[in-house]
Design a protein around this ligand. Structure first.
Ligand SMILES: [Mg+2]
Length: 224
């Protein structure tokens, strides 16, 4: 997992980097909030931020507020590092949207377990997102998730002036399968059908279940 560090103090920054790398994390290091904010705009931005509170330009609190303001599709877990331990300060940090606090100088083991808590939250969030976007029977995207991705694809093709195609497909006489062999067999047919669709599509194509036995495939970059 990738973690973004934002810390203006070189000693603390180096310590964070060394520990996190030792525990197997990919680390992106920045020296203040505005640099961190730039990294977070990238498509492969880290899902976890460990940020100092007091920094030049954009401080940790402001950085956290900015992250919470934008509607990102995936959650950014935010740990704030601070020498401030008054209750009012903690409340201020939580108000800004921080998930956790670490008092400086931080304890190595405490940091390790707090990062692990964040990792668990991020994993849970990924699982929930995945469950909410897939069709449970076939594992392809459900209608809502497909339309969302297709909208992104429409924007992309306009921006890049490239083509994309859609294949809307339907299984003929599917009702007869259900009537003659029962719904369990009908379910199997749907599963086999989507397996075949996946096998015969390219890695960057995506498939959705549009309705009962209607499926749709989006083919970015493909013209007629
Ligand atoms: Mg500082």
């Amino acid at each position: 997992m990738k973690i973004l560090i934002a810390e203006d103090d070189p000693v603390s920054r180096r310590l964070l980097e060394v520990f996190l790398c030792k525990w197997g994390y990919d680390v992106v290091v920045t020296c203040d909030g505005s640099e961190a904010w730039d990294v977070l705009q990238r498509p492969d931005a880290p899902n976890m931020v460990i940020s100092d509170w007091m920094m030049p330009n954009v401080d940790g609190l402001e950085l956290c507020r900015k992250i919470r303001e934008i509607k990102k599709s995936d959650y950014t877990y935010f740990i704030i590092l601070t020498a401030k331990e008054r209750k009012e300060d903690v409340v201020k940090g939580l108000e800004a949207g921080a998930d956790d606090f670490l008092i400086k100088p931080f304890h190595q083991e405490e940091l390790k377990y707090r990062v692990q808590i964040g990792e668990r939250i991020i994993e849970l969030e990924h699982r929930i997102l995945q469950l909410a976007s897939t069709d449970s029977l076939t594992g392809v995207l459900n209608r809502k998730a497909f339309i969302e991705r297709m909208e992104q694809e429409i924007h992309r093709s306009k921006r890049e002036n490239s083509a994309f195609s859609l294949i809307l497909s339907d299984i003929d006489y599917f009702k007869r399968v259900n009537d003659e062999y029962g719904h369990q067999v009908g379910d199997l047919v749907l599963q086999r059908f989507t397996e075949q669709l996946s096998k015969s599509s390219r890695p960057y194509d995506f498939i959705g279940r549009y309705g009962g036995e209607e499926f749709v495939v989006c083919l970015p970059g493909a013209d007629e």
